[in-house]
Design a protein around this ligand. Structure first.
Ligand code: AMP
Length: 190
């Protein structure tokens, strides 16, 4: 099964994706984690994306599509992928559908985590203190939200047209959110 965890920055996508990998046979594919790893390793790719990430803007579609395509065979072998922070633009969504179709596969469900903006701001403040993520300042968060509304949220109608969107209340405690996600996935036809 291939699942997209969809939602604004700090909605809890990464936390829930990690939980899913331990309870189901699926691999987490987080483009944010891949890009951060490239930066930490000091690769040419990491150098190329560092400023863009620190500004809270989107890196180019070609870069993230290539990162994802590289990992699809492994995810398929494991039993499926949880896409976390990808796709974030129409071009990425279409490229993902095409790449999966070429492999005789598809997205099964899009879990839309709904969290209001005040709560997201509070979480970002906390994450900045706890984890020191360089893109978790409030100024960068605002740019990330802007880019989410402009480029990413419009993907909801795209996936709705395919009948794949399920809304999840992301305001609840992490355990409750996880239960809601599991119940939703159990209801998706295999
Ligand atoms: P994340 O951890 O998913 O919030 O990603 C951190 C940063 O990496 C984002 O603010 C973007 O600069 C970049 N990034 C991650 N995933 C994508 C994507 N799918 N498309 C474009 N940029 C991305």
């Amino acid at each position: 099964m291939n699942v997209i965890l969809f939602g604004p920055p700090a909605a809890g996508k990464g936390t829930q994706a990690k939980r899913l990998t331990t309870s189901r046979r699926m691999v987490q594919l987080s483009t944010g984690d891949m890009l951060r790893a490239a930066r930490e390793a000091g690769t040419a790719l990491g150098d190329r994306v560092a400023d863009i990430m620190d500004r809270g803007e989107l890196v180019s579609d070609d870069i993230v599509i290539a990162l994802i395509e590289e990992r699809l065979p492994n995810a398929e072998a494991a039993g499926g992928a949880i896409f976390d922070g990808f796709p974030r633009s129409q071009g990425q969504a279409e490229a993902l559908d095409e790449a999966l179709a070429r492999r005789g596969s598809k997205i099964d469900v899009v879990l839309h985590l709904i969290v209001d903006e005040d709560e997201l701001t509070a979480r970002v403040r906390k994450r900045f203190v706890d984890e020191g993520r360089s893109d978790d300042t409030l100024e960068v968060f605002e740019r990330r939200m802007h880019s989410y509304k402009e480029h990413t949220l419009p993907l909801i109608p795209y996936y709705q047209a395919q009948g794949k969107v399920r809304e999840i209340d992301g305001m609840a405690a992490a355990d409750r959110v996880f239960e809601a996600i599991c119940a939703t996935l159990d209801a998706v036809p295999a």
